[in-house]
Write a protein that binds this ligand. Structure first.
Ligand code: ATP
Length: 371
């Protein structure tokens, strides 16, 4: 296992990139701690696979360095980096038995027969494939084949890291959950450094200790699932994590009061805007808005109410801006005069998509510092 450092890594698929947008990966500096379980989360095309392939050595970055335990491996091939990679579709030998498939990476690297048998037996048991050990891979289901792929990646205890590129895409939903739990157990047991690429937030949040969120070739936040929910550092994180995502509303601001379509929203911190402010927005999750009626709060037009089981989502409009509000079951939605009230502690202020830090009586951080 190794600590993996990306030192100012960027990548363009163009031979002569001219502008910022020609880069599939903008400059990335990141440390993947030894034994950490990370998810790389982001929408299609944001650069997840490019980044994973740069770590494994399938891709050489246009600039920057990749270091394993402080040693520069940027020029090394995937074999020389001693990495196991599991792809979206099973990579196994159909004509070999399940056991032979699992043995292959070990015998290939000169692990002795007794040790190989021990590890393969253990992996068969962990993956619940012991009863299929002598079956040819050819006749197995897609789920079972992908389990073998996972096993081939994990059977080598000496790898520097195990990289997963959307490994559960072909697996049916029930089995997905089981395999994810299995992966987590394997991580706890063997302590491999794991990087797991996905565009599915549930998969990322349940697998990883730390989630690395990517957007347009940049890492926009690294955090625990709780941090990403409670304190999105970028409007994209707020919007992408959560269902429905965070509401992001254009606003004006004066110290500790925001104005949305001219209506006052009290905040628990005071803010001073940085000089480069082009876009100013307030972010608040549907969970932290209360739907009410009367004279208190911002007047809204109620558009629709969706029942999604344990709660309902009211879709309202403030002037022309849509807002989602979470409504607990049992709450009687008033027939008219709808208003919304924001929880002051849960409002984030975003300048040019980045969250800025405010000052409270208890918080002496300088106002206006970009977080
Ligand atoms: P997905 O979830 O769809 O796999 P991703 O987040 O893994 O997407 P990448 O596959 O890394 O994203 O692609 C990042 C960007 O680089 C995209 O704009 C993509 O079109 C571009 N790209 C990827 N591979 C190549 C390539 N071989 N040649 C040219 N452009 C590429």
């Amino acid at each position: 296992m190794a600590e993996i450092k990306l030192d100012r890594v960027s990548h363009s698929y163009y031979a002569k990139p001219r502008e910022h947008n020609d880069f599939a990966l903008k400059e990335i500096d990141h440390l993947w701690l030894d034994g950490g379980a990370y998810a790389l989360l982001g929408p299609s095309g944001c650069g997840k696979t490019t980044l994973l392939n740069i770590i494994s050595g399938l891709q050489t970055p246009s600039s920057g360095r990749v270091l394993f335990d402080g040693i520069d491996v940027t020029a090394l091939s995937p074999e020389d980096r001693n990495i196991a990679q599991v792809f979206q579709f099973p990579v196994i030998y159909d004509t070999m038995t399940v056991t032979e498939n699992l043995q292959f990476p070990l015998l290939n690297r000169g692990v002795d027969k007794a040790e190989t048998s021990k590890r393969v037996a253990e992996m068969l048991e962990t993956l619940e494939l012991t009863d299929k050990a002598k079956r040819k891979a050819r006749g197995l289901t897609a789920d079972e084949k992908q389990k073998i792929s996972l096993g081939r990646g994990l059977v080598r205890y000496d790898v520097n890291a195990v990289l997963f590129d959307e490994p559960l895409t072909v697996i049916d939903p029930q089995m997905k959950w089981q395999l994810r739990t299995k992966l987590k157990q394997l991580h706890q047991r063997f302590g491999h450094t794991m990087v797991y690429v996905t565009h599915d937030q549930t998969e990322a949040l349940t697998f990883a200790d730390a989630v690395v969120v990517m957007y347009e070739g940049e890492v926009v936040q690294i955090g625990t699932p709780e941090e990403l929910f409670e304190r999105p550092e970028h409007t994209f994180v707020g919007y992408f994590i959560g269902s429905p995502g965070m509401n992001i509303l254009p606003c004006d601001l004066s110290k500790n009061v925001a104005y949305i379509a001219g209506h006052k929203v009290p905040l628990s911190s005071a803010y001073q805007l940085p000089p480069n402010t082009q876009r100013l927005e307030l972010g608040i999750r549907p969970e932290f808005i209360r739907l009410t009626r009367g004279s208190h709060g911002i007047p809204v037009q109620l558009q629709s109410v969706e029942d999604i089981g344990r709660f309902r989502i009211a879709k309202v409009k403030v002037a022309d801006h849509p807002v989602s509000v979470l409504v607990q079951q049992g709450f009687d939605i008033p027939a008219s005069d709808h208003r919304i009230v924001f929880h002051p502690d849960k409002c984030g202020i975003y300048v040019n998509d980045r969250r800025i830090q405010g000052t409270t009586a208890h918080n002496k951080v300088s106002a206006g510092a970009v977080a």
